[in-house]
Design a binder for this molecule. Sequence first.
Ligand code: ZN
Length: 218
Amino acid sequence: MKSIRIRNSSKEIPIGKIVCVGRNYAEHAKELGNEIPEKPVIFLKPASSVIYSGDKIVYPAFSNEMHHETELVLLIGKKIKDADEKISEVAIAGYGLGLDMTLRDVQNELKKKGHPWTIAKCFDTSAVLSDFVLKENFHLTLDEEISLTVNGELRQKEKLNMMLFPPIKIVQYISSLMTLEEGDLIFTGTPKGVSKVERGDKLHAEISGMTYLDCSVS
Ligand code: ZN
């Protein structure tokens, strides 16, 4: 069973489901040739795909084009369903940083056929997590910057306030579709600048003043 690691705490919360938002930054939707969505685009990742900062991302044999997507991740702290904005806000227990590693070649094939993205998004090591900070220890203003470098070269950098759907709206929307529970994680989408990684690459991602993660590709 994989757990969420909380900074300055020995508490380990088991990971429930991982809900991901696609196309939540206009410039990223455009770079992949997608329309800007009217509602958040939602998909899932399994808890078995999780690794942590310091671990290795493993290239699956069935892809030649793995992309990095760096994202703010929300930790859900209580069970909610059909929540309003106020309850959605209260349900967010903390924040982390995640990499939604994506097999772009596989995803493009799946999209063409109208198939789900499962094979492109759910492989082992496809969800990299930083340590999480609890909301009482960190006040997220969305003025923070999210960034990612590959071998020291900047690939992604954007303010969190460029999101089309901010965290509370995302939680509210997902809770209208399915029950959210303690230990669920929500990947909130990636800004522009996604690109291919190669074996041997070293990735460093951070959200300014909040948290960071390091990992390599093998
Ligand atoms: Zn993503």
